[in-house]
Design a protein around this ligand. Sequence first.
Ligand SMILES: [Zn+2]
Length: 289
Amino acid sequence: MQGMHWIDTHCHLDAAEFDADRDVVIARARACGVAQIVLPAVDVAGFDAVRRLAHAHGFAYALGIHPLFVDRAADGDIARLREALAALRDDPRLVAVGEIGLDHFVPGLDRARQAHFYAAQLALAREFELPVILHVRRSADDLLKHLRLAAVAGGIAHAFNGSEQQALAFVALGFRLGFGGTLSFERALRIRSLAKRLPGHAIVLETDAPDIPPQWLYRTAEQRADGAAQARNEPGELPRIGQSLAALRGWTLEHTAAVTGANARAALPRLAALDRHSVRMASDAGRDT
Ligand SMILES: [Zn+2]
């Protein structure tokens, strides 16, 4: 995979799972060609961490309140998000509002509160002219309903797991769909069929690390009962996830990296400016030596 550049469009590198060895994880990702990583925040308390990590390592970040964190969020957190977006509006590494959305899978969540936070954050994305990174779980139709009213500048529906019709509705609204480790499971028929059939311009790659371990890291409930730890996913797995996509599409690995990278830059336009800058820095460095 020498010379290829991959973009992990969704990775929670700030998660506690990486506290012990974050730098090693980042070095491994770079060594296998992961050139850019997007770090979405999940709550206000995490805003500083994703911003600092992005700046320390040349990555990108997004600010938002995740639907699974809405019940714990304070009502004033929307105002705090707005303040952060205003303070950082000229930060080239701030590429989106996210991770936001609706989760209708996890039981016992306050759906009205989720909808309130989602709509308010879409309005902020529109105000600050940023795309959004969406959490979609059994919620595609409700997410789409809000999007049609909010007219945001597109973005990514991450870890997409809806129908083909729903996928195409997101695409029609200017969204790309994020595919990750689930692609690597033979039995993930619907996701694999979507990844195979969707227009090539609609697909971006992600790990969602430390979550969604690909098939080669996955431990079954039985293995875990026998004492095997559930494996931690990491951004260095992205190229191999890209191989799963390449096999499904009949693409070369080079083409897969190039197409999904271009799609990521189209979905999150500030990534394109960052990548031009890092390419320029790399060629400047080349001239110096
Ligand atoms: Zn996430």
